[in-house]
Design a protein. Structure first.
Ligand SMILES: Nc1ncnc2c1ncn2[C@@H]1O[C@H](COP(=O)(O)OP(=O)(O)OP(=O)(O)O)[C@@H](O)[C@H]1O
Ligand SMILES: [Mg+2]
Lengths: 361, 267
């Protein structure tokens, strides 16, 4: 196979005192890509990172690293480094010593240490900060120290546990670019954890969407945004209109009391389904030109667009993002392309990773 | 509101006056040439001279310090190990049990500790003297050190340990490069507490001392019983000054370390 798999989870389950935190999770991580674990709080993101880093062992299943079972390899023997959510910088050491920690433990020569630390600090744009104390650094600078401390050990995989969550919006966006750029320059695998879907969409090559200890869907940001595989993913990744419907036949779906042409196929005839339409895929037109007729209930100005909340005659709520303005109480028409309709099986969860998943055992 | 603050201050002042008056009274008369504690006749350093000429007393002072330093050093080591052990206990119940056992030792009356040590030493046949005093001082100092070190350990974010292991540190590295530096202020605090406890302990020492071995507090007690000599005042004054020095020293050390870990201040 041409894929260069570096980490593989095979039916990994993690329990804490009988409580299942990760439920039979299988996935593959390829070398040199930027991965994101995305999911709400408590869904098991950190647990996956801790399993990879070696702080905990799986209850069931196997973790492979470069093809070798690493279930019982301790953290200090793994070619993986972590940037912790709270950075976990050593308060009693200055910036230089923090970054040098891993090298000192390896008993490297001092001259080499100096050179490597300087290089790592240059990488994260912190030249000249060697002798600062940690408490003298700002939040963004601390985060960079944490990254420098991790990459100076030349790991094959860098794990980042919500490293941006403590930063303000502006710095955060800046750091998103920097991290992505850093990953390209280093060419190593990044596994990035976040609960912010925009961050995940903006930064990743591949996203794993997690919920309740299971991977709901994995794929490129575009896949996941355009083709959410179930209600949870559709709801979690951006705002969406989710309606119950029926698949009449291939390329024909019924919802909101009408039949529409669509691009989905492969369902049973008359199978009950859920239909997703993104608010930005809906266009406002006149009542007669629209495929659907709705009444505007409220309208909010959101900067780039207006956010309209409308109801059709069946009482379904429709969220519309539009640059056009409408009047509250007005009857308007909604127009959308067949491609805008996305049909999902009811509570479908993706078991293997996006079609191309692991077929060898 | 304003009134209330005033009352608070007044209360504090009265409390401190009551607590410190006897000490200053004692110090005051240590300079009395009259030889009594109720009529100040004139200033003299005679009593201090007497203290420094009393070789038996000086040996006892030496004993006291040897015991205090040894006991606090050993109990600091044991206490740090104990605190680490309690920290690493996973089960909440077990942890609380150990902590309670530790705290009971701190609050239980010295008399009981002293008496029980006396019984213990007699049973296992340890001769009363230097060893018995040292052992009992270590024993009552260890819980104090544990109590001073444990909060520091709990203050430490457990991800620091994960971070160290992540960077390749083995257990020993984690201990010496992360945990011990982090809890150093607690270790110092524990050492100084143990030192002061050991220096001024009377009750426990009184029970377990023997064979002519004595510490300052016991000696002062027995001399005070024999009759009034102002050299005791002089000795007590010196002791008091020394304690103040210890407290000031401890204050500066803790100041420095809090500056090291807290906000502000540059190297
Ligand atoms: N040491 C532990 N003992 C018991 N339960 C734990 C432990 N660590 C985590 N859990 C539980 O496992 C679940 C997943 O935790 P995890 O830390 O992986 O969540 P997360 O996805 O990282 O969430 P967040 O976004 O809030 O960081 C949570 O329900 C948590 O309560
Ligand atoms: Mg987490």
């Amino acid at each position: 196979m041409s894929k260069d798999v570096i980490i593989r989870f095979e039916h990994v389950t993690k329990q804490y005192d009988g409580l299942v935190v990760l439920d039979d999770v299988s996935f593959e991580i390829e070398r040199g890509k930027f991965y994101t674990l995305l999911g709400p709080s408590g869904c098991g993101k950190t647990t996956i990172l801790r399993l990879i880093a070696g702080f905990i062992e799986p209850t069931k299943g196997t973790i492979y690293f470069n093809g070798k079972n690493i279930n019982h390899v301790p953290a200090n023997k793994r070619q993986v480094n972590t940037v912790f959510q709270d950075y976990a910088l050593f308060p009693h050491l200055n910036v230089f010593e923090n970054v040098a920690f891993g090298l000192r433990v390896k008993k490297m020569k001092y001259a080499d240490i100096q050179e490597k630390v300087a290089e790592a600090l240059r990488f994260v744009n912190l030249e000249g900060y060697e002798h600062r104390e940690i408490r003298e650094m700002s939040g963004g600078q601390r985060q960079r120290v944490a990254i420098a401390r991790a990459i100076v050990n030349e790991p094959e995989v860098l794990l980042l546990d919500e490293p941006l969550s403590a930063l303000d919006l502006k710095l955060r966006t800046e750091m998103q670019y920097e991290l992505r750029e850093l990953q390209r320059r280093l060419g190593i695998t990044f596994i990035f954890v976040t609960h912010d879907q925009e961050e995940a969409l903006a930064m990743s090559d591949q996203i794993f969407v997690l919920h309740k200890g299971k991977i709901q869907q994995s794929g490129t940001p575009k896949d996941i945004y355009d083709e959410p595989v179930n209600r949870f993913v559709a709801d979690f990744i951006g705002e969406s209109n989710i309606l119950p419907g029926t698949m009449i036949a291939d390329f024909l779906v019924e919802f909101a009391g009408k039949r529409f042409e669509c691009v989905d196929q492969g369902f049973y005839p008359n199978e009950p389904v859920e239909v997703v339409i993104r608010p930005e895929d809906l266009e406002i037109t006149t009542r007669d030109q629209g495929k659907l007729q709705v009444r505007v209930d409220s309208q909010l100005f959101r900067g780039v667009h207006y956010e309209l909340c409308c109801y059709d005659q069946h009482g379904n709520e429709w969220l519309v993002h539009s640059t056009k303005k409408a009047e509250v109480g007005e009857e308007i028409g909604l127009y959308f392309e067949p491609e805008a309709i996305h049909v999902m099986r009811v509570s479908e969860a993706q078991e293997v990773s996006d079609g191309e998943g692991s077929d060898e055992t | 509101m304003k009134r209330k603050v005033k009352w608070d201050n007044l209360y504090l002042i009265i409390m401190f006056v009551i607590l410190y008056t006897p000490i200053f009274y004692l110090i005051y008369y240590s300079f009395n040439s009259g030889g009594t504690m109720h009529h100040f006749q004139g200033f003299t350093l005679e009593w201090y001279k007497e203290v420094f000429q009393d070789t038996r007393l000086l040996i006892i002072v030496l004993n006291t310090f040897v015991i205090a330093l040894l006991a606090s050093a050993i109990s600091t080591i044991l206490g740090v190990m104990g605190a680490l052990a309690i920290y690493y206990v996973k089960k909440r119940r077990m942890k609380n049990l150990l902590l309670t056992l530790n705290n009971v030792l701190i609050v239980s009356p010295d008399v009981i500790i002293g008496a029980s040590f006396l019984i213990l030493f007699t049973i296992i046949g340890i001769q009363l003297g230097f060893t018995s005093v040292l052992l009992s001082h270590i024993a009552f100092s260890v819980p104090i050190v544990v109590l001073m070190v444990l909060p520091k350990l709990q203050e430490m974010s457990p991800t620091l340990i994960d971070a160290a292991r992540d960077l390749g540190a083995n257990q020993w590295n984690v201990l010496t490069k992360v945990i011990l530096p982090f809890i150093t202020p607690g270790i110092f605090a524990g050492f100084f507490m143990a030192l002061t406890y050991s220096l001024d302990d009377f009750a426990v020492t009184f029970f377990v001392t023997g064979n002519g071995f004595s510490t300052l507090s016991v000696e002062i007690y027995s001399r005070a019983r024999q009759g009034i000599s102002l050299s005791i005042n002089a000795l007590s004054t010196l002791l008091f000054l020394f304690t103040v020095l210890l407290v000031v020293g401890y204050y500066f050390i803790s100041q420095r370390s809090s500056r090291l870990y807290g906000m502000g201040g540059r190297k």
